[in-house]
Design a protein around this ligand. Structure first.
Ligand SMILES: C[S@@+](CC[C@H](N)C(=O)[O-])C[C@H]1O[C@@H](n2cnc3c(N)ncnc32)[C@H](O)[C@@H]1O
Length: 221
């Protein structure tokens, strides 16, 4: 049994947002096969309790969540994405909820969430710092952020290309910042960085290839 938002909300998206949402799964297909699917499985297998995902997009994470979560809430502010997400959720046997919410303003009380998931979202939000503060607010003490993000390259040469092509890439990829040093932003927020692995997103353009995956915990458990 799943609850989802009505399909009519797609009307509020721009034309390119609707095209991008339609292209999203095909564009990522090769990368998912080449290792991203396995990374999602590894990361999301660590989710527990009341779990909230930020910017769920078309729902590529959905198959990888454990069956025994207390609650699974997928948030997505972009209507064109949310319609596709709602469609996937409808075919899922678990009680999953889809909410229209931005990561900067989550509709949850302080300290009421066990796991927050962010995959390929901290690159797209306008500024990750308010989002990281909001994640810390909703997490209970001991609660965890699970993240999987593409980031600024450690190679100066590739980082220069990421800077040069940041603006056209942002326009193409609906606000994505390919040159963002997201790990440094997670390091400097109030959460404790427990685990981070760096790898490459094979099957995708070099601009978005450098990846980080890991966990950060809210102290005070
Ligand atoms: C690159 S997609 C990632 C989708 C999905 N998380 C995945 O792993 O495939 C970025 C997503 O972040 C969403 N997004 C953009 N701004 C956001 C915000 N301020 N708060 C939450 N999500 C946002 C976009 O609508 C889009 O669905």
């Amino acid at each position: 049994m799943s609850s989802a938002v009505p399909a009519e909300t797609v009307k509020s998206s721009s034309r390119w947002a609707r095209v991008f949402a339609a292209l999203y799964d095909p564009l990522l297909w090769m990368g998912e096969k080449a290792g991203m699917g396995a990374r999602r499985q590894d990361l999301l297998g660590r989710a527990g309790g009341r779990t909230v995902e930020l910017g769920s997009g078309t729902g590529l994470n959905l198959p990888y969540y454990p069956d025994d979560l207390d609650d699974l809430i997928l948030t997505e502010p972009e209507a064109a994405m949310r319609v596709r997400l709602a469609r996937k959720v409808r075919h899922d046997q678990r009680p999953v909820r889809v909410l229209d919410a931005s990561a900067e303003r989550l509709p949850f009380d302080d300290g009421t969430v066990d796991t927050v998931v962010s995959t390929l979202v901290l690159c797209t939000v306008d500024d990750p710092d308010p989002v990281l503060r909001e994640i810390e607010r909703v997490l209970r003490p001991g609660g965890r952020l699970l993240f999987l993000e593409h980031v600024r390259s450690r190679s100066p040469r590739l980082a220069r290309w990421q800077d040069r092509l940041a603006e056209p890439w942002r326009l193409f990829a609906e606000g994505c910042h390919c040159n963002r040093a997201t790990l440094e932003r997670i390091r400097s927020c109030g959460l404790r960085l427990d685990d981070v692995q760096e790898s490459a997103w094979r099957g995708m353009p070099p601009l978005v290839r450098p990846l980080i995956m890991g966990e950060a915990t809210k102290s005070g458990s």
